[in-house]
Write a protein that binds this ligand. Structure first.
Ligand code: FAD
Length: 438
């Protein structure tokens, strides 16, 4: 047979598909009848639901990622991006991390390139906005919040202080609410080490264009979350849009204007740009047009799932599966099994999963959950959030490391150090060079 399976993207769908193929095609891989390649700019899969905990310092960033080469010993891992898919020719253009692009031929492709932040042409957004989808963004944000506390403590200019202590998050879905809640909790905790900053001095503003927060946990728990956030002193502005944020001067559609040093943008996602390259058919929302069997509609030898794919929800006719990890993990399993069936000439099965609800962490010992209709809030929801995600994070190695991080956090106070200098490691050396006389 000697088939080459190419997986574009090593996130949820990519990693879980490859793990299952590696297991189910063990003999074929050993006999060189099948080759599997996975392409991703990073050499690890990011467990995104842990990003808020990593930003808050409850988890080491290294423990929330799964190293692709280690967990996929039977799979070739290439680091770089796929810039173009030519499915008629069964080849992609691969841009490696260094050097010239090259064509890579395949027999079967799995499009698992996920999504990127969906932005709008808002003045100033590209200058001060930061997303919340990667480890780099989460850790940079953590460093930034802590650094700005240092700035506020050290300045004698009230304007600089006010601006440093004002944080804006746009978008009240999973990513926005969890990121804000965890960072606010961390910042509040950190104020005990500052002489001149009290929790009430820090301003957190959550801006949401619709009239609800955290739709993933349903209207009742969403309303409870809103109440909780407001009780914590967070300004939640519903039915409000960000109009501009040039030089940190934030203007909202309700007429509010203020200065802020930090603006986090989490207002939705759109498919990774490689999806729009024309190689595979798209649906009306720009995602890969996918069948209920997780094949790409209208072509052969192509599969897709996750945030990059428009997968019809057979449990909810006329609707698509939402872009979340719950679907991505389960789709990967069905996708891998269907791919094996495809190679063996067997009939494929439908992807069928009814959304069971969600859990969200809102800071240490605080959470909200609505799973299988069971609604929890506060500590029980937080505990469920942690237990659920611990069961889901890939590999035993990572699970143990996560438990160790959490256990240490029970006995020691949380780390509140900003290591922002890591983003500019050569500054000190450059300054030293500048002092050298010829
Ligand atoms: C902060 C945050 C919290 C979340 N919390 C939850 C939660 O609690 N529950 C839940 O169900 N969902 C949650 N989600 C959503 C969930 O993480 C995503 O739905 C899931 O990651 C989608 O999986 P995926 O494989 O489609 O994409 P991803 O996991 O994003 O993987 C896509 C991969 O493709 C790679 N890639 C992109 N373009 C290319 C290219 N051109 N070439 C090669 N590789 C490429 C990317 O580098 C990435 O590794 C959260 C998301 C975020 C950001």
């Amino acid at each position: 047979m000697n088939k080459h399976i190419l997986i574009v993207g090593g996130g949820y769908v990519g990693l879980y598909t490859a793990l299952r193929l590696q297991r189910r095609l063990r003999r074929e891989l050993r006999d060189n009848e099948v080759r599997i390649t996975i392409i991703d700019p990073q050499s690890y899969m990011t467990y995104q639901p842990f990003l808020p905990e990593a930003a808050a310092g409850n988890l080491s960033p290294r423990h929330m990622v799964a190293p692709l080469r280690r967990v996929l010993p039977q799979v070739s891992v290439l680091n770089g991006t796929v810039t173009e898919v030519d499915h008629e020719e069964r080849a992609v253009t691969f841009q490696p991390a260094e050097g010239e692009p090259r064509r890579i031929a395949y027999d079967v492709i799995v499009m698992a390139a996920g999504s990127i932040s969906r932005t709008l042409p808002i003045p100033g957004l590209t200058d001060i906005g930061i997303g919340f989808k990667t480890v780099g963004e989460a850790i940079a944000l953590r460093n930034r919040v802590l650094h700005l506390l240092d700035v506020a403590e050290s300045t004698d200019d009230p304007e600089v202080r006010r601006r440093a202590l004002t944080f804006v998050v746009v978008g009240a879905g999973f990513a926005g609410v969890e990121a804000l809640a965890e960072l606010e909790d961390m910042a509040k905790h950190s104020t005990r080490y500052y002489r001149n900053i009290k929790p009430a001095d820090i301003r957190w503003v959550l801006v949401e264009a619709t009239n609800r927060v955290l739709p993933e946990v349903g209207p009742e728990m969403g309303a409870w979350t809103l109440e909780q956030l407001r009780e914590r002193g967070i300004e939640v502005k519903l039915d409000t849009r960000l109009e501009s944020c040039e030089d940190g001067h934030v203007v909202l559609s309700d007429g509010t204007k203020f200065e802020a040093e930090t603006l986090v943008w989490t207002a939705g996602v759109k498919p990774s740009p490689v999806v729009g390259g024309g190689g595979l058919p798209l649906d009306e929302r720009g995602r890969v047009k996918t069948t209920t069997k997780l094949t790409v509609a209208g072509v052969t030898d192509a599969f897709a799932a996750g945030d990059a794919a428009g997968v019809p929800d057979v449990t909810n006719p006329g609707q698509y599966c939402a872009p979340n990890a719950q679907h991505a993990v389960r789709q990967a399993k069905v996708l891998a099994d269907n791919l094996v069936r495809h190679l063996r000439g067997e009939e494929l099965v439908d992807y069928r999963h009814k959304y069971v609800g969600s859990v969200a962490g809102l800071g240490l010992h605080q959470g909200v959950a609505n799973v299988y209709g069971v609604k929890l809030r506060g500590f029980p929801a937080w505990f469920m959030h942690r237990t659920y995600h611990l069961s889901r994070v890939p590999t035993l190695n990572r699970k143990v490391r996560v438990v160790v991080d959490w256990t240490l956090a029970l006995f020691f106070k949380r780390e509140t150090i900003s290591l922002g200098e890591m983003e500019h490691p050569r500054d000190g050396f450059r300054a030293a060079v500048a002092t050298t006389r010829r």
